[in-house]
Design a binder for this molecule. Structure first.
Ligand SMILES: Cc1cc2nc3c(=O)[nH]c(=O)nc-3n(C[C@H](O)[C@H](O)[C@H](O)COP(=O)(O)OP(=O)(O)OC[C@H]3O[C@@H](n4cnc5c(N)ncnc54)[C@H](O)[C@@H]3O)c2cc1C
Length: 382
């Protein structure tokens, strides 16, 4: 948020993806109070996406230097709001919460419920600063050294669901991290790189590239190399259903898919391997990207986020990356394989960890979720 931002009410951009952007592109739909001049406010980022850069950035390197020039201006304490302007226009129409909740629950019938992540601002603050297991208070020290080890999931902050749903802002997390930098400078710097540079680079892409979820949104070199290798022979071809049900010949990939399904959050390192294998095992890059996005958005609690589209585009279409040694199927897109993972971390320990996750009793079955959702909405109204 800009300290010098105009005090006139604006329209919050929750994310620069298609649905949220409609509100910016068509202002004046009765939202701001009478007389107020509507204008966009980026409520998603530390630096408003249009102030960070006026164009689509090529890589983290080009973006980082621009961000570093303006970050101090924007990464400041939140201003006090003197008054809340009362709403004096028509009230929104009654929403049929029962039907809405039933629809959402039935769409997600085959998605297991997770219980490690309590929603809400208080829970988000607990995850950030809690005395029991808070990221900045208890776990930040190992972020620099351990964050790329899938067997050490608690080395990561675990903040992505809260950031995605706006239960906490990246600005709050960054300000609190900066206050503790003296305790663990390398880890705090690494965290800020992900939280600000990488996260806002993802927004830069989705904001300036209308094809952010399609191969058409990749750079020319990547589209060419993917096209050149689209017809290459694949060792395996799996259907979306086989992938969704973790029925591949690779136990490590199956474990990552199951971690996502049963934990609602796959480890960040595994997300790269997972998406790259989908490129290797499907009939072409378009299909690979659409399956990766479908699964990512269906099962990840932090899914449907610019970071997700960019993560899939990075893995499958080389976005924000460079060309690598040419090889079958991948062309010049960076390659990852099982042997590399085996050298990096204890693959068997990760597979065992996921097996334990899958075996854990689930809090509620889908049909109970439906009932309790209906009960909840009823008691809210009573
Ligand atoms: C194929 C693929 C799919 C992904 N899907 C999603 C998704 O749907 N939603 C999502 O939020 N992230 C996604 N990511 C990015 C990253 O893996 C997650 O943000 C991270 O694992 C979330 O866990 P955390 O909050 O514990 O991470 P931490 O390492 O603690 O990071 C803190 C925060 O920094 C940001 N961040 C971290 N890594 C990245 C990154 N590579 N790019 C952009 N921002 C980052 C996130 O906001 C994250 O919450 C994806 C990455 C890949 C390769």
């Amino acid at each position: 948020m800009a300290p010098s931002a105009s005090p006139s009410p604006g329209l919050a951009v929750t994310a620069p993806v298609h649905q949220a952007r409609v509100r910016v592109l068509h202002p004046g739909q009765g939202l701001p109070p009478a007389g107020a001049k509507p204008g966009p406010v980026d409520a998603h980022n530390v630096v408003p996406v249009w102030a960070a850069s006026g164009k689509l950035e090529y890589s983290a390197k080009t973006f980082r230097s621009k961000m570093n020039k303006v970050l101090d201006e924007y990464l400041v304490d939140f201003p006090e709001f003197a008054e809340v302007v009362p709403w004096d226009r028509d009230q929104p129409k009654d929403i049929d919460w029962d039907t809405l909740i039933d629809t959402v629950c039935s769409q997600a019938e085959d998605v297991p419920e997770i219980d490690w992540c309590e929603p809400g601002e208080a829970a988000a603050m607990e995850a950030l600063l809690g005395t029991k297991d808070g990221f900045l208070t208890e776990r930040i020290k190992s972020y620099d050294s351990d964050r790329n080890y899938p067997t050490k999931p608690t080395a990561l902050s675990g903040l992505s669901p809260y950031l995605h749903f706006g239960h906490i802002s990246a600005q709050r997390c960054a300000l609190e991290a900066k206050k503790r930098r003296h305790l663990s400078p390398k880890s705090v710097d690494a965290f800020l790189e992900e939280l600000i540079i990488r996260r806002e680079l993802a927004d830069n892409f989705c904001y300036y590239q209308p094809h952010y979820d399609s191969v058409a949104g990749a750079w020319e070199w990547a589209r060419k190399t993917l096209k050149d290798h689209a017809a290459d022979k694949r060792e395996h071809i799996y259907t979306r259903e086989q992938l969704e049900n973790a029925k591949t010949a690779d136990p490590l990939w199956n474990a990552s898919q199951l971690e996502m399904v049963h934990n609602g959050k796959m480890h960040g390192f595994m997300r790269m391997y997972w998406a790259k294998k989908i490129l290797e095992w499907t009939s072409g890059p378009e299909e690979a990207l659409s399956i990766a996005i479908y699964l990512n958005d269906k099962y990840h609690i932090d899914g449907r986020d610019p970071n997700g589209y960019v993560g899939c585009m990075w893995s499958i279409c080389g976005l924000h990356d460079q060309g690598w040694k040419e090889r079958p199927v991948f062309g010049k897109i960076r390659y990852m394989n099982y042997a590399g993972c085996k050298r990096k971390f204890n693959v068997d320990a990760y597979i065992s960890y996921v097996k334990r996750l899958v075996a854990q009793p689930k809090k509620r079955k889908p049909e109970e979720s439906l009932n309790s959702a209906a009960k909840y909405s009823k008691s809210e109204k009573d």
